[in-house]
Design a protein around this ligand. Sequence first.
Ligand SMILES: Cc1cc2nc3c(=O)[nH]c(=O)nc-3n(C[C@H](O)[C@H](O)[C@H](O)COP(=O)(O)OP(=O)(O)OC[C@H]3O[C@@H](n4cnc5c(N)ncnc54)[C@H](O)[C@@H]3O)c2cc1C
Ligand code: SF4
Ligand code: SF4
Length: 407
Amino acid sequence: MPNSPVAPASVREVVESGLCIGCGLCEALAPERWVMRMTDQGRLRPAPVSDEGPDADASILAACPGAVAEAVPRGEKNDDVWGSYTHMGEAWAGDPDIRFRAATGGVLTALGVHLLRAGKAAFILHCAADPERPMRSRWTISETPGQVVARAGSRYGPSDTLAGLEAALARNAPFAIIAKPCDAGAVRARAKADPRLDRLLVAVLVMVCGGASDLGKSLAVLEALGVDEDEVTLFRYRGHGNPGPTRIETRDGRVFEKTYAEMWADEAGWRIQSRCKLCPDAIGDAADIAAADIWPDANPTGEDDGFNGIITRTPEGQALMQAAVAAGDLVLGEDHGPRDYDHFQPHQLRKKQAMAARLRGLAAAGRPVYRHAGLRLDLLDSCDAEEEAGACKRAKQGRFDEEVPRK
Ligand SMILES: Cc1cc2nc3c(=O)[nH]c(=O)nc-3n(C[C@H](O)[C@H](O)[C@H](O)COP(=O)(O)OP(=O)(O)OC[C@H]3O[C@@H](n4cnc5c(N)ncnc54)[C@H](O)[C@@H]3O)c2cc1C
Ligand code: SF4
Ligand code: SF4
């Protein structure tokens, strides 16, 4: 790999250096040593329940997104920025109800539903609102189309979908995962050590991802409304329209809505986690299919019926998209190309170009850096000295530092 001089040597080091995204894989692989906990910073992180150690945790570090990020190109075309793909274009769910409820046009939900209906998957591993505390998310297994649809929508906070990976594999039945791009990379890396994944995992579906806020973003919304978290019965971040409102309901019948613009106007309040600011793989290079928003300059121009961008990245992803279209579960609109995505996702383009410099800045500060391959960071390197110096300064100031939570 091009830059492996200071890869993190332990799960603790991943967390302490701000490289953990809280995917939950360590709890799945070693529940006797790690359990996911919400930290005081509002981030899901692994807490040790027994002895830690690089030797014991070698299998975790081989797939942890804080230690390794890689993708293997398997599409028919290649773009330096947007990676390997076979098809890029507009798409939405064939079922108008899914299209309405979902975050954008319901592509991810429609594909999950298609896999279940066609008998290609027995269940979907993904995440959903915690029924006890609906502002928070937790991993879940959906066995019916109705469950997948009920759990549609983007969750803008911590999510540990991969904490359910071993439970999924233990079912010994074909399944799909809907998750974040960093989760997809972890699953692919894990497949090198666990042959059950090649046998049972039929599709890895992701959203293109601008970053996961910590819980403080949602708590700030409640605080501004004068609502306590234990009063909340619904916290829907978007959907029921595209983008749809953020909607909060309480036990005593109060209802609050904020528009997408109101929710995200103040970028300083997004509280994006550190791994996201250092993310090399937010566009789903490691997935079979990535779904995105396709607003000009990443800003919704108003409410619409819901139009996703869809990027197929593997032969399996391309075949799944075609089968879903043939079954009427998915509808395709106009084709796109990579330069359309530069326009839809300018923040992703800037991030890809800045990442090599940010990682150099971390290394210069003596901080560990994940190993990466197949993500074109060196090819796209902007060689931006300010980015590098800024990352180095922030690292030295301790801005990426985190504490490992207690059990
Ligand atoms: C944190 C976050 C940041 C995003 N940033 C961007 C961006 O920069 N650019 C862009 O184009 N799109 C972004 N999106 C994606 C966008 O909001 C839609 O999710 C995407 O267009 C898919 O729409 P859909 O209608 O197909 O999804 P749906 O059909 O509603 O399905 C969403 C699926 O994703 C799963 N899911 C939801 N939230 C999470 C989560 N936090 N972690 C893991 N799984 C989850 C759900 O379980 C569900 O199965 C982001 C989404 C999230 C959650
Ligand atoms: S990124 Fe995932 S695997 Fe790595 S330490 Fe965090 S929770 Fe564990
Ligand atoms: S920005 Fe990257 S690290 Fe953050 S949640 Fe999205 S894919 Fe994961």
